[in-house]
Design a protein around this ligand. Structure first.
Ligand SMILES: [Fe+2]
Length: 205
C-alpha cells in the first residue's frame, strides 16, 4: 500500500530525542495529514533526494508543538518510485485531540511542523465545524484559499475552530489553460503560472 504503519503510546509520552532544524527547501511541498478517524491519522510529506532509490525519514507525532510529549516516533521510507513522497498511518491516538507532527531526515533537516486533529468518537455529542474545498484550477485561482482558511481558523475562538476540512474532489485539474488563449472563463481571470515545456495540446477544455 506504500504506507508505513505506526502505533502511538499515549501513556509513554516523552520529549523528542531528535535534532530537528526546519529546512523547507528540502521539503518543498511541506506536510499534510488526512483520513482521520477516532484513533488514527495519515501523515504525508515529500523529501526529494538527488541519488538513490530509497531513503528513510523519522516521523514524530506529539501532543504539543514543542515535541515534549511525543507519542510516536518511527522510521518511514521515502521512495524514488513514489516521487519521494511518504505516507505514515499513525494509530493508537486519542480521539478529538490536536496533535503536532514533523519529519526529519538523517542530517537533521526537518519539515515544517504540521497540526492535525483526530476525529471525535461516533458517540461524541459535541458539534463539529468543518470547511469544504474543491476544484483547484491552477490557472484560474490565486491558490490562496487554504492560507486564508488557516488565517481565519488561527484567529477563531476555540468553539469556532475547524475540526476538519473535507475535499470534495478535483484536487487539482488535469488541464492547463494559458492566459494568452483563455484570458477569462466565467468571471475568472487566467493567470500565467508558467508553461509546461514538453506539453502538447490535445484539445480545448
Ligand atoms: Fe471541479
Amino acid at each position: 500500500m506504500g504506507i508505513s504503519g505506526i502505533w502511538a503510546s499515549r501513556l509513554a509520552a516523552a520529549p523528542s530525542h531528535r535534532d530537528w532544524r526546519e529546512d523547507r527547501t528540502l521539503f518543498p511541498q511541506g506536510v499534510a495529514s488526512g483520513d482521520p478517524d477516532d484513533h488514527s491519522i495519515v501523515l504525508w510529506t515529500r523529501r526529494p533526494y538527488e541519488k538513490g532509490e530509497r531513503h528513510e525519514l523519522t516521523v514524530e507525532i506529539a501532543l504539543d508543538p514543542d515535541f515534549r510529549r511525543v507519542v510516536a516516533t518511527a522510521r518511514t521510507p521515502v521512495l524514488a518510485a513514489a516521487d519521494w513522497t511518504c505516507r505514515a498511518l499513525v494509530g493508537g491516538l486519542a480521539p478529538a485531540t490536536v496533535h503536532w507532527y514533523r519529519f526529519t531526515d538523517d542530517s537533521g533537516a526537518g519539515s515544517r511542523i504540521g497540526r492535525t486533529i483526530t476525529a471525535p468518537r461516533a458517540t461524541d455529542q459535541r458539534p463539529v465545524r468543518f470547511a469544504f474545498v474543491s476544484c483547484n484550477s491552477v490557472n484560474e485561482g490565486a491558490q490562496n484559499a487554504y492560507r486564508r482558511m488557516i488565517w481565519e481558523d488561527a484567529r477563531a475562538p476555540a468553539d469556532r475552530k475547524l475540526g476538519f476540512v473535507l475535499h470534495l474532489g478535483d484536487f487539482i485539474y488535469e488541464v492547463v489553460e494559458y492566459p494568452e488563449e483563455t484570458p477569462h472563463r466565467y468571471a475568472r481571470t487566467g493567470y500565467d503560472l508558467g508553461h509546461i515545456p514538453d506539453a502538447r495540446k490535445v484539445g480545448n477544455f
